[in-house]
Design a protein around this ligand. Structure first.
Ligand SMILES: [Zn+2]
Ligand SMILES: [Zn+2]
Length: 355
């Protein structure tokens, strides 16, 4: 079970496995930022419970390399050569989501929440005894999107789970769940990954040079999936956003609209780029105040950032930083991303012209 993709979470998985072996909770809530390996650990736990060859922490699959996984998560990494995985039948079936004693539900494409029908089907399966293994396991991914009705439907099962059931909820934010649901689950907080962790991940898994890996790791903000996406070529538009900031005094509504369309079109893209903007402004602020940030600015944009620190007044930096933080919070609370971005750039332009 060399779960190389788990980084710092390897220890956590080992602890959970030990606990499951002794006296297990029947419901767990894995929570923490997106893309840091919560689902991988949840699946590692299920593999340990249902693996038919070795089980426990020695389960025979290597999830982050397993070629037996379907095209879901693995498709994104198709460019990398996959090692042969020594999966047993149960591990293969779990990977393919076709094990009779394992249910996995998550947000379906183009949906904004996990559907109550998905939850009901999962509950119905949990009602019947395991067909092959010692337990019946269920993972509910994207649990922060469960609506009130879905959570209430789930609550009855969480209150009186069948003895053989293990239910794992995976959520970005524990507070998005009802108190009554949360109190039935054992919380397992996931820390974000350190820049050093992500750097070694990128060196090992994406074959990057350490310097390049370090620069991308820093952009990934604690998220392994984001780090790997960056390595796969979808770099965030740091330079473009820095240029927009440099010329912010000239931004009119037309330009604000163009920037919104280009970099803030969807909720996900907007969240990432508001965050990126906020982080770059923090770097500019540090430079303005005469010191580098905790990790110093990334080498490839250091020149740009220093230029901005010289060009913008302290007040302007603080105003735009606040606008970026507010816009990110608004989009997180389901506000329209494009409108937020237009508002941000228009307000930034006006603020700079007043100076
Ligand atoms: Zn196995
Ligand atoms: Zn495998």
């Amino acid at each position: 079970m060399p779960l190389t993709g788990l980084l710092a979470h390897g220890e956590l998985l080992a602890r959970l496995h030990r606990e499951l072996g002794r006296r297990r909770s029947q419901g767990y809530l894995f929570h923490g930022a997106r893309g840091i390996g919560k689902e991988l650990v949840a699946e590692g736990l299920v593999l340990g419970l249902l693996c038919e060859r070795r089980g426990g922490l020695d389960f025979c699959c290597t999830p982050d390399q397993c070629p037996n996984r379907g095209d879901g998560a693995e498709g994104k990494r198709a460019k990398q050569p996959v090692a042969q995985c020594d999966c047993c039948a149960a591990c293969v079936q779990i990977a393919r989501r076709v094990h009779p004693d394992f249910d996995y539900i998550a947000l379906m494409p183009k949906r904004s929440y996990v559907l109550i029908e998905q939850v009901r089907e999962l509950i119905a399966h949990l009602g019947s005894k395991p067909a092959r293994g010692p337990v019946r396991a269920a993972i509910i991914d994207d649990a922060e999107t469960l609506n009130l009705a879905a959570q209430n439907a789930l609550l009855k099962t969480l209150e009186e789970p069948p003895g053989y059931a293990v239910i794992l909820l995976v959520a970005e934010n524990a507070n998005s769940l009802l108190d009554t649901v949360r109190s039935r689950l054992r919380p397992v907080p996931f820390p974000t990954l350190s820049t050093a962790d992500l750097t070694s991940l990128l060196v090992r898994k994406a074959g990057l040079e350490p310097a390049r890996a370090g620069a991308l790791a820093r952009l990934a903000r604690g998220s392994a999936s984001r780090a790997l996406a960056l390595a796969g070529g979808t770099e965030p538009p740091a330079q473009e956003l820095l240029e927009a900031l440099g010329g912010a005094a000239k931004i009119d509504f037309v330009e604000a609209h163009r920037l919104a369309e280009r970099f803030f079109a969807t909720r996900e893209q907007a969240m990432e780029n508001f965050e990126l903007l906020g982080r770059m402004l923090e770097d500019v602020l540090c430079l303005k105040l005469g010191g580098a940030g905790a990790e110093g600015p990334p080498p490839d944009s250091a020149g740009h950032l220093t230029g901005l620190a010289d060009a913008l007044s302290l007040d302007s930096i603080l105003i735009i930083l606040e606008l970026a933080l507010k816009a990110a919070a608004a989009v997180d609370a389901m506000a329209n991303p494009r409108l937020q971005a237009e508002g941000l750039w228009t307000a930034a332009g006006e603020a700079l012209r007043r100076k």
